[in-house]
Ligand binder design. Structure first.
Ligand SMILES: [Mg+2]
Length: 135
């Protein structure tokens, strides 16, 4: 994961679940901020948008390649330096793959490890949660 510089991350199932922060998610965001990395959190649920997220993009709908392109343009970063972090194979991961990004599937949301084989594409990495991302 060394060549990953920037992060686009889904919120629900990745940083929060219900009204709870996922353990380690606060530290993950803090590390991104400390290291001056560009990042963006995608959500279609503004209820969960914490004030301390410096960069936010509120959207209606699920991540798709056009949204990913907009996110990369917004951050002014390149797809090859950026990873998409999400908990859904059929939205987050496919959007990242189709946009030329590497992808991290976290198992803290809706997807179980055994579900991955049902899809014709693979995430670059599969982690239990964002707490496992080394920064
Ligand atoms: Mg999600």
């Amino acid at each position: 994961m060394e060549s990953v510089k920037h992060f686009i991350t889904d919120m629900d199932g990745v940083l929060v679940k219900g009204m709870q922060m996922i353990p380690g998610a606060g530290r993950f965001i803090s590390r991104l901020q400390e290291q001056g990395r560009e990042y963006l959190v995608l959500t279609n649920n503004s209820l969960y948008a914490p004030r301390d997220l410096a960069h936010r993009l509120h959207t209606v709908g699920k991540p798709n390649p056009l949204m990913m392109r907009s996110a990369l343009n917004y951050l002014d970063v390149h797809s090859e330096d950026t990873v998409m972090v999400g908990d859904r194979m059929e939205t987050d991961i496919v959007a990242g793959v189709e946009s030329g990004m590497r992808t991290i599937l976290v198992l803290s949301g809706v997807t179980r490890r055994e579900d991955i084989d049902r899809f014709p594409y693979r995430p670059s990495w599969v982690l239990d949660s964002v707490a496992e991302i080394e920064l």
